[in-house]
Ligand binder design. Structure first.
Ligand code: DGL
Length: 275
């Protein structure tokens, strides 16, 4: 019988930190994970490139029978989601399929965590340049002051398994100091890149005492559970046999060796060729 899984997309490994929380909260559904490792990182790439790559991956998920795709990547959510939702989806043969991102669920709740009313967004250059976070937070929490800091060295540190090494200390301090130079009273740090939870212990070490450090996994998983409750027409379409399948656009052996650090348990992937 054909399955109708939920698609989980990232430029590479980072989305596995979100996927991990989603399967913990919603284990009953079938899932396909796709990491576009062959073309990652997305962070430094242009709007047009991130959009084209992301659309290609979304179309792949649709061909596999996914009625719902989650962009578990901030850069793709910032640079591609709106165009896919507003321009591409309505023109597709089945316009009832849905693509959701990670920015809105996070911006909906971020104001609950800050006492000073000052929040810091840590993300890739692409996410920061898009201004998606300040714009979206302004809609839900107009009184908040939002500061952003691009952390371009953090994804390479994590991808090269150096996130627990001394080099990580240097770059964690560097970007946090740059953020705090904008305002000393920032008390909530949002890890607005799905790779950054792996650096959380180091970030906690150099953050102001008493700071709240927010990852996105649990927030996105809770938001998906809420979405499915509010959209029974989508919930009923999804198959529920508890399958998880992993795909990468790069070498599966390399992906599997690294993916478990993000996912928390062993992963066996297959290769996908997109062109
Ligand atoms: N996972 C991406 C994000 O959340 C960052 C990695 C990349 O630059 O491709 O923004």
């Amino acid at each position: 019988m054909a399955t109708a899984p939920i698609g989980i997309f990232d430029s590479g490994y980072g989305g596995l930190t979100v996927f991990r929380s989603i399967v913990q909260q919603l284990p009953q559904y079938d899932y396909l994970y796709l990491g576009d490792n062959a073309r990652s990182p997305y962070g430094p790439r242009s709007f047009e490139t991130v959009y084209q790559y992301t659309l290609q991956c979304v179309e792949w998920f649709f061909r596999q029978g996914c009625p719902l795709v989650i962009l578990a990547c901030n850069t793709a959510s910032a640079k591609a989601l709106r165009t896919i939702q507003q321009k591409d989806l309505p023109q597709m043969p089945d316009p009832t399929r849905r693509v959701l991102g990670v920015i809105r669920p996070t911006t909906e709740v971020i104001g609950r965590y800050t006492k000073s009313g000052k929040v810091g967004i840590l993300g890739t250059r692409g996410t920061v340049q898009s201004d998606s976070y300040p714009i979206e937070i302004g809609k839900f929490w107009p009184g908040l002051q939002v500061y952003q800091q691009a952390c371009p060295m953090w994804v390479p540190l994590v991808e090269n398994n150096e996130h627990l090494g001394d080099g990580a200390d240097y770059f964690v301090q560097e970007y946090l100091q740059a953020l705090y130079r904008q305002d000393q009273d920032i008390d909530t740090l949002l890890l607005a890149c799905t790779h950054y939870p792996l650096l959380q212990s180091k970030i906690a070490q150099y953050a102001r005492p008493g700071s709240t450090i927010l990852g996105q996994g649990e927030i996105v998983a809770a938001s998906l559970a809420d979405y499915l409750q509010r959209h029974p027409e989508m919930e009923q379409r999804l198959s529920k046999t508890g399958q998880r399948q992993f795909f990468t656009t790069d070498d599966p052996a390399g992906f599997d060796a690294h993916a478990s650090i993000f996912y928390g348990s062993p992963v066996q992937s297959a290769h996908v060729h997109l062109d």
